[in-house]
Design a protein around this ligand. Structure first.
Ligand SMILES: C[S@@+](CC[C@H](N)C(=O)[O-])C[C@H]1O[C@@H](n2cnc3c(N)ncnc32)[C@H](O)[C@@H]1O
Length: 300
């Protein structure tokens, strides 16, 4: 793709989808959420409960231990890194965006075993060196729902550098959207005007097979591959299915705005754009898996 990815544009609040999600509760976390059927009544209080569930599921796979060095890659606003730090590990949260790191430091910066740094996951060896993290010094690494931004070459660089930074026997938990077939370029047919890709600033998703190959080529052993497509993507799609149709009309919009007055910030022309982009999202996301990979560097 000849269009450069600008991650800040996805998160600076200028896009109507991001604005909408923020109003629905995307405040401390920036992930899709994990929706168990029995938890669905919690939707009345917004999306954060489900986002926290996803983080906690992912941290369970990481199994952080007291005293270990852990890098939380693409930490967003820092909530996840703080959650990992509750294990008494020494945690570094890293994100590309200074804005995210400033917020993370404001919220969680005073914890003795936690620090935040600005750094690019696709150039991790240099970003982490400035924070005193040498190759083979990290016990565990976590990357939740961010590597789709990195691009095909970026993902290769990320996996290879993660391998170099981890100690022998170290673990990487990588959770991401993955294209269901081995032809991720199929997204061009579903998103011809780049609406979804510009909203979230990415080129294309990696396929599951692509990720497995990259991991193997970098030297990792596959410990577990867990498919969370149903609780993360399908269930959310089922719940949100009527939303774009309802949002086409003024009465349901006014009804929703009664419960969420902040929705009145969305301008009339933005509503139409929101409906279009949400419909496209449903199609694109319907062709992806949501997978957690637990990868390990062989012990010497
Ligand atoms: C969908 S958010 C997920 C954030 C967090 N893991 C969470 O669950 O809330 C993706 C994050 O990846 C960060 N990001 C994107 N590209 C990056 C890169 N090359 N290096 C580091 N962080 C990156 C973005 O700034 C954003 O904070």
């Amino acid at each position: 793709m000849d269009r450069p990815v600008n991650v800040l544009n996805a998160y600076d609040g200028s896009g109507v989808v991001f604005k909408f999600l923020r109003i629905l509760g995307w405040q401390n976390l920036l992930n899709a959420g994990y929706f168990k059927i029995q938890d669905l009544p919690m939707l009345l209080s917004g999306l954060e409960y489900f986002q926290q569930k996803l983080v906690n599921k992912s941290i369970k796979l990481l199994e952080p231990q007291p005293g270990e060095k852990i890098l939380d890659v693409a930490c967003g606003y820092g909530w996840t890194s703080n959650q990992i730090a509750k294990s008494d590990a020494q945690v570094v949260g890293m994100d590309l965006l200074q804005e995210h790191i400033d917020l993370a430091r404001q919220k969680f910066g005073d914890r003795h075993n936690l620090k935040y740094i600005v750094g690019d996951a696709t150039k991790m060896l240099s970003s982490t060196a400035t924070a005193g993290l040498a190759p083979e010094s990290i016990d565990r690494m976590h990357c939740l729902e961010a590597a789709f931004h990195f691009g095909p070459q970026g993902r290769q660089a990320f996996l290879s550098q993660a391998f170099q930074l981890l100690k022998p026997g170290g673990r990487l938990v990588l959770v991401d959207f993955m294209w269901q077939t081995s032809s991720p370029e199929e997204i061009d047919e579903l998103d011809p005007d780049l609406c979804v890709r510009e909203t979230w600033q990415f080129e294309q998703f990696e396929s599951l097979e692509g990720y497995r190959n990259l991991a193997r080529e970098s030297g990792f052993l596959e410990k577990q591959i867990i498919d969370w497509t149903i609780p993360v993507i399908k269930r959310f799609q089922n719940i949100s299915h009527p939303i774009p149709t309802l949002l086409k009309y003024k009465i349901p919009r006014s009804f929703l705005s009664f419960f969420k007055p902040e929705l009145s910030q969305i301008k009339p022309d933005e509503w139409n754009l929101l409906v279009k982009v949400l419909q496209l999202h449903a199609q694109v996301i319907g062709r992806t898996f949501y997978i957690a990979m637990v990868l390990e560097k062989p012990a010497r």
